[in-house]
Design a protein around this ligand. Sequence first.
Ligand SMILES: NC(=O)c1ccc[n+]([C@@H]2O[C@H](COP(=O)([O-])OP(=O)(O)OC[C@H]3O[C@@H](n4cnc5c(N)ncnc54)[C@H](OP(=O)(O)O)[C@@H]3O)[C@@H](O)[C@H]2O)c1
Length: 293
Amino acid sequence: MAKIIVSGATGLLGRALFARLYREHQVIGLGYSRAQPPIVKADLFDKDAISALFTSHRPNFFIHSAAERNPDKFDNDPEHSIKFNCAVTEHIAKCCEQFNCKLIFISTDYVFDGRNPPYAEDAKTNPLNLYGQSKARSEVLLQAQYPHAAIVRIPVLYGEVNYLGESAVTVIAEQLKNGATRFDDQCQRFPTDTADIAEALAGAINTQGAQLQGMYHLSANERLTKLEMAKLMAPQLGLDPSILAATAVDTSGSATRPLDCALKDTRLGVQGIEIKSDFATRIAKVLTPHLSQ
Ligand SMILES: NC(=O)c1ccc[n+]([C@@H]2O[C@H](COP(=O)([O-])OP(=O)(O)OC[C@H]3O[C@@H](n4cnc5c(N)ncnc54)[C@H](OP(=O)(O)O)[C@@H]3O)[C@@H](O)[C@H]2O)c1
């Protein structure tokens, strides 16, 4: 049994990580504004408090899932968001080094520009927006100064949400509920269930333990645009998918979202750690509690 600290354990992914890892390991979940026991409240900006967590718990793994991922927050307060995604990560990496703890840093497919998919773990990054840039900056820092760290890039997530707007996938159901009929049909996405990420990471920790190191990609393999996702969700909302259509193509050239960041999971895939799940079945299960209200 390993001792694992999970940051962001009140968030979309962190909740799934906590729930899955807790079954086999001693897990200390950290949260902030939503922290309720057993989740421990800890402000990741408070360096002394974070260092004290390492001193008192001496964890074997620290999964750093907490991050700012909301583009609006980046627009409104870029300094705070960049500090959260970069300086906080650096301090956690320092603590991990000092306490001989394996850092697993959760990153994103948005470190790529989406023009040359699929991307292997060693592909060149070129983020298009501040969020992707902040993650890419932390990746570079970890690779250069904390090479023992493992970095796990993942695509857009869905899973057990507290409210439909919590994920960029389930928000589509909310938009459908509100009468939207037009959705983007250009950007290719690989929506991945947080439970699958948690299962895969549990498998990686259990089989490779402290050997985990360097860059990993982890992604579901179903390619879907928002329009295609909306069409799969529509029947559950009592809507005819044929009424849905593509939004007008954005020709302004100002798009800051990559077109296709397909991730090739070459390193975990060879270990038999792959995500194979049926989006239509999974999303129906996720939406059910929210549509029956
Ligand atoms: N969601 C996606 O589609 C997606 C896609 C690709 C990669 N990722 C990456 O996956 C990871 C998890 O994302 P997510 O969707 O689970 O994020 P999320 O739902 O937005 O959760 C963010 C977490 O950060 C915590 N947090 C915020 N401010 C904090 C502070 N000052 N101190 C301590 N904790 C603080 C939040 O705690 P409280 O809520 O309790 O305040 C929450 O647990 C991130 O690294 C993200 O970049 C996400």
